[in-house]
Design a binder for this molecule. Structure first.
Ligand code: GTP
Ligand code: MG
Length: 202
């Protein structure tokens, strides 16, 4: 599948104000600074569609981007950003949780993981929570340009082993870089396959 058009639709913290209708959507979630917004820009081939920053905590709202006038990519705030206050962190978590619990248009979450880091408790906890809510998810390893192929292989193996401690099956995963554009086509193809399967059942 090709992304032909991408437009910003709306930002908010209130899921009641997210776009109405039944367009399917795919959400990007993961720790602050993992590269969620950068990956959305790279997938859409636009530099400033989603706001990015080298400082964690840039995205603070639920952002909907309409793709090919048919479906949405959703950029979410990161979790685990140490420098926001505890109450603010709680507030983030509350509306992110509400988004995942109540947003019936959500088809799949992509959980982004920095390829350079070993499995972190906060990510494993979030993944377990998605599982407990029966929210389907795939994994995306980001910033693959930062490591050599051998190291990438090592990191992914270690990660899948860590997941297998809790999960019988490891979900589909993608190795990507917003910088080198590696792996982007496999992400859009996976979305395309899901959309096709959805339209076949409608
Ligand atoms: P929050 O909105 O704060 O949660 O962060 P985010 O996950 O949206 O991360 P963002 O896309 O803003 O990127 C964070 C930093 O990582 C920026 O400095 C990006 O330039 C950098 N970055 C993102 N993706 C890549 C990548 O694939 N390769 C490299 N080398 N840097 C990347
Ligand atoms: Mg962001």
């Amino acid at each position: 599948m090709q992304i032909e058009s991408a437009q910003f639709t709306i930002s908010n913290t209130d899921i009641q104000k997210c776009p109405s209708g039944n367009r399917p959507e795919f959400a990007f979630i993961g720790r602050s600074n993992v590269g969620k917004s950068s990956l959305i820009n790279a997938l859409c081939n636009q530099k400033r569609l989603a706001k990015t920053s080298s400082r964690p905590g840039k995205t603070q709202l639920i952002n909907h981007f309409l793709i090919n006038e048919q479906w949405f990519l959703v950029d979410l705030p990161g979790y685990g950003y140490a420098r926001v206050s505890k109450t603010q962190k709680k507030k983030f978590q509350a509306y992110i949780e509400t988004y995942f619990r109540e947003r019936s248009q959500l088809v799949l979450a992509f959980v982004l993981l920095d390829i350079r880091h070993p499995a972190q408790p906060i990510d494993l906890e979030f993944i377990a929570w998605l599982g407990s809510q029966q929210i389907p998810f795939y994994l995306i390893f980001t910033k693959a340009d930062k490591l050599k192929p051998k190291a990438i292989e090592r990191q992914v193996t270690a990660y899948t082993e860590a997941l297998q401690e809790d999960w019988e099956e490891v979900p589909p995963y993608f190795i990507t870089s917003a910088t080198s554009k590696e792996g982007l086509e496999s992400v859009t193809n996976a979305i395309g396959d899901i959309l096709q399967a959805l339209s076949a059942t409608q």
